[in-house]
Design a protein around this ligand. Sequence first.
Ligand code: FMN
Length: 338
Amino acid sequence: MIWKQSGMASALAPMRDVTTRAFCDMLFYCGEPDLYVTEFLRVHPNSSIDRTIEEMLTGRLSKRPIFVQLLGREPAEFARVAKLLSRYDIQGIDLNFGCPMARIHRKGVGGALLEEPEAIDRILTEMEQSLALPLSAKIRIGLKGSLKFEQIIGVLAKHNLSHITVHARTAHGLYRERVNFEYVKRAKAMLPCRVFANGDINSAWQACEVAKQTHCDGVMIGRAAVRNPFIFRQIRELQETGTCFVPKFRDAYLYVLQLMDGAEKNAPNEKKQVAFLKKYLNFIGQCVDRNGEFLHCARRARNRAELIAAIDSHIKGRENEDFYGIPYENIIARPNCE
Ligand SMILES: Cc1cc2nc3c(=O)[nH]c(=O)nc-3n(C[C@H](O)[C@H](O)[C@H](O)COP(=O)(O)O)c2cc1C
């Protein structure tokens, strides 16, 4: 069994440099998703398993299933790297057909493949023939528009996939375009495999609503899990009991301290530790105060002491306030994510 058979499943979205082992180990204590997907591993003629992926696969605390995501173009290269990965304790391979970054498109991989359903077909055919592990795919609804959406789903339907994830906006829409879950509903109606909905799901309540609307089998959550690492626990509790744990600022403070601890263990010097922590505070800061003052201070902190001062003055003193982890409007996480 790859994940639970009844109810809506949850998955942690792959996020490059964010869904590190340190972060996933923290979710182990806060409440885990049913499924993990690693950040993408770039597949090219000389690629091997890089250190971040290796760390994820060998030392994580979780016993929950993990799929490793691959990004590339040539079927034989996918198959070669997948074979290397099959020596590890993984439950499947996820194929990235949605990455929106321009430098990735120029190489004809990620979201660019949404313009070439036949190339997707070739990759899936090769992977099915050469690999015994389950396969999944993560797509957006198209590159610039959604004209080829049904053709792409038609190709995916021909193959024996464990699940697909639909990030319900175009690749060109980056993170700004409105998410349209209607496409998740359409994919679910057309596909024999399980379908995960993804994109701007900001709370456990919204996750349940999206599942109801689209009839999807699961939700994949990225940035909201960084803002609120208890979200997977909340989703589980809401489904089981109709209510759920709501963290306080005290919990958010402890979470930030744990991230800081992770930074100290994973980055070799103070400069890198501060950079590591800022990646997470970038998202957490969207839901600390309505005016974005914490985010402003955290971004400008030049060293550990300044970062701690920002955390102490905006998070530490508010212990008993509820912390919903839902971003305030117009507070933008930068640089690469909205
Ligand atoms: C910092 C960052 C890195 C990401 N890296 C990847 C990646 O490696 N592979 C991938 O398929 N998607 C990646 N994504 C996209 C997410 O998996 C997800 O589809 C997107 O953030 C929308 O979900 P959300 O609104 O729940 O965050 C990344 C997103 C962010 C913010």
